[in-house]
Design a protein around this ligand. Structure first.
Ligand code: NDP
Ligand code: AKG
Length: 430
């Protein structure tokens, strides 16, 4: 059983809630399927991953001792293209969490109309407890253990929580050494010197900001008048907060794993540093009020952006949430029970599979750049991302209006229709 950084010991949870990521994903699938005429066999099939690989990763620690870590790669569905999804290093990683996250990747790639399926993996480890050398050795051994299951046309990992471009470079190098040739296409989210795309690091946060801007304006409000609370000031949260601030919104609260800071007059996310930039900088910040991560979620703000871990919005705190709009930066921050409460309370929740999809979208751009052997400028990446996000956001909004359903159901309707059509066209799918 894993011990999480916040002290809980439930192997499937990051917050001790009773709904696992796979439970949530299956309940969301059932709710959305009710709006579509899809063969029930296809829906049943989509409740199960195609394969889950569990590997043991021996690591020689710097002090000479040997520790064995557990890693997973869940491959959910590949009807539309190779499996695609990140690798997470976090103490609460579990098989069940990887399965739920892999399911969300399948819908995310379909809602963005990308030619990929869904996968997710990770290692049960707190990367902050490892030296850089230990992280490199762990990643190389993980890549060796996954060698038979990944590849540019099979399954393409990318960064997620606790991993970054450097992790992808080590993974790509270890895989390439085993294969006997350089194979950059085995991962995306690489450093740009190895064929990575400009703008990939900031892309999930950028898409959260774009989706927030569009949805706020669609509700008839002005982004410049909006107050925003962001849970998690890491890759997704900090990039979203900085862009929203640049576009005129007031980011009044942000947090890291140790707690939140709040200033009703607005923080300056441009000067606040992430843990990666300076460890402890957010919770150690002194010119704002200190709050708990739980308190941040119930602040009286216009927009709440949960951008840290899963299952933070539950049946327990959903009745106390005061935001009018929730935009999911993290994967799976809202349990199905909380979703139903938000529905009843008229609080719109723009789902993860649309909001944070900028990451996998720029991963797709990286793949295109690799195939064409031409690197795009950051301006080209931003322009393409903006237009791809707007097109997906409009597809989903059309379903929200036409079917009078929630944003999550609408996004699932778009995704599921495309997946079901692909399964039907390929034929004999069972
Ligand atoms: N990176 C990517 O490409 C993508 C990530 N996502 C999702 O976004 C979420 C965040 O990922 P990412 O930004 O990459 O991760 P990072 O590790 O860069 O940042 C995570 C942030 O959340 C904080 N945090 C960690 N644990 C907790 C906790 N228990 N309670 C509150 N805050 C916590 C961290 O604090 P501290 O700084 O102290 O560590 C950090 O500020 C995840 O759900 C991930 O799956 C979605 C799409 C793409
Ligand atoms: O870029 C990718 O392939 C995957 C990103 C990811 O893991 C996610 O969107 O949750």
């Amino acid at each position: 059983m894993a011990t999480t950084r916040d002290g809980t010991t439930d192997g499937n949870r990051t917050d001790g809630a009773s709904e696992s990521a796979a439970d949530t994903a299956r309940q969301q699938l059932d709710r959305a399927a009710a709006h579509l005429e899809v063969d029930p066999g296809i829906i049943e099939r989509l409740k199960h991953p195609t394969q889950v690989h569990r590997v043991s990763i021996p690591l020689r620690r710097d002090d000479g001792s040997l520790e064995v870590f557990t890693g997973y790669r869940a491959q959910h569905d590949d009807v539309r293209g190779p499996y695609k999804g990140g690798l997470r290093y976090h103490p609460a990683v579990s098989e069940d969490e990887c399965v739920g996250l892999a399911m969300w990747m399948t819908w995310k790639c379909a809602v963005m109309d990308l030619p990929f399926g869904g996968a997710k993996g990770g290692v049960v480890v707190d990367p902050k407890d490892l030296s850089e050398g230990e992280r490199e050795r762990l990643t190389r051994r993980f890549a060796e253990e996954l060698r038979d299951y990944v590849g540019p046309t099979r399954d393409i990992p990318a960064p997620d929580m606790g991993t970054d471009a450097q992790t992808m470079a080590w993974f790509m190098d270890a895989y390439s050494m085993q294969e006997g040739e350089t194979i950059p296409g085995v991962v995306t989210g690489k450093p740009t010197v190895l064929g990575g795309s400009y703008g990939r690091d900031a892309a999930p946060g950028r898409s959260v900001a774009i989706v927030t801007r569009e949805t706020v304006e669609d509700r008839g409000d002005d982004l410049a008048d909006a107050t925003i609370a962001v849970q998690g000031f890491g890759s997704v949260g900090a990039n979203a907060a900085r862009l929203l601030d640049e576009w005129g919104a007031d980011v009044v609260a942000v947090s890291d794993v140790d707690g939140a800071i709040y200033d009703p007059d607005g923080l300056d996310p441009q000067v606040l540093l992430t843990h990666h930039e300076e460890p402890g900088a957010v919770s150690g910040y002194e010119d704002a009020d200190a709050l708990s991560n739980d308190d941040l979620l119930t602040l009286d703000v216009d927009v709440l952006v949960p951008a840290a871990v899963g299952n933070v919005l539950t049946a327990d705190n959903a009745p106390d949430v005061r935001a009018d709009l929730i935009v999911e930066g993290a994967n799976g921050p809202t349990t199905a029970a909380a979703d139903a409460i938000f529905d009843d309370r008229g609080i719109d929740v723009v789902p993860d599979i649309l909001a944070n999809a900028g990451g996998v979208t720029v991963s797709y751009f990286e793949w295109l750049q690799h195939v064409n052997r031409r690197q795009w400028t950051v301006a080209e990446v931003h322009e393409e991302l903006e237009s791809t996000m707007l097109s997906a956001w409009r597809d989903v909004r059309r379903e929200v209006r036409d079917r009078d359903v929630s944003w999550r159901e609408a996004a699932y309707v778009v995704a599921l229709s495309r997946i079901a059509d692909a399964k039907t066209a390929r034929g004999l799918w069972p």
